[in-house]
Design a protein around this ligand. Sequence first.
Ligand SMILES: Cc1ncc(COP(=O)(O)O)c(C=O)c1O
Length: 352
Amino acid sequence: MDEKEIIPSTFIGIQGKDIISFGSGQPDLPPPSEVFSCLPTYNSFKYGPIAGQDNLRQALAEQNKGFDKDNFVITNGASEALDLTLRVIGKPGDKILIHEPYYYSYKPLIELNHLKPLIVKTNEGKIDVQDFEEKVHDASAVLINSPCNPTGRIQDIDTLKIIEKTTQDLKLPLISDEVYKDLIYERENYALSGPQVITVNSFSKTFSMCGFRVGYLFSNDLSIVEKVIGLKSHASMNTNILSQEMAFHATTIPRKIIEDQVAIWKKRRDVIYKGMLDLGLELWKPEGAFYVFPAIKNSMKFVRDIFEEYKVITYPGDWFGAPNRVRFSYALDIEKIEEGLERVGKYLKENV
Ligand SMILES: Cc1ncc(COP(=O)(O)O)c(C=O)c1O
């Protein structure tokens, strides 16, 4: 495998008996069985409303206090919600503030929409507030991701409140990507709020529904919601109506099912975190999502070599703006995590 060839699609769909994949950020746990309950009798097939099915938007509004179903747009995953939002809030050349390390699609999405990323530093995955406060004056919008992919870190509530207040004072749109909001091990989620907050979420992570492609955005700012609907009516029209019905059923499950899943993720987090410390790796303790991001020099080489020599899939930090780190997703069972750690240990022993 040649160095240039490793791009985010390189490992997608790669399977094999002996492969341990710490690659893809998709849950291995199945969706709740309720999601499939509509299938035997489902018989709709026509175009649906561009904003999304009423029952799903209503259910989401009931779960998000202070919002009405008309504040919501159901999208093809959080990915489309992010893309449409960036397209409607920015004009060419505008700067979108993001914190580094960042989710690998942020930069391409910003740049494909003729916008520019404005990078704010983090310390151990936590936003550097001083750097934020200086740079935010040059930004046209701010994009926050907590819990964060790839760091697994959550932002401190004090920091989130500063971000809320500063963006509100400057009248800047604040996009809050909360796709991991239900996967936090340390505290409840702090949902960013305000008149110009656009919250982006998904059924991919909490409900393991990645392939069904259902996400959504909601905002108090109806002018943004309307613009998104206007653009979506040309870009992709309605989101898949069967997937939306399945997502609606996901919203009806008892909270306990999600809490039980978080307990499983937390156990895995503990195993991989301790395992990596035992291997002598430097890393930040993940507080949410399902990623660890240890420091490993020359991450492209590591990722290529450990795949070729040990059949372990990992993602290079270069994709996330941190070339000397490697992302491991722990969306796999503990036995495989332990086997994977053993292989990483062997590789490190041979290569240090
Ligand atoms: C931070 C973040 N935002 C958005 C997405 C996209 O999610 P979706 O499957 O809903 O498009 C991902 C997927 O990994 C993610 O990690």
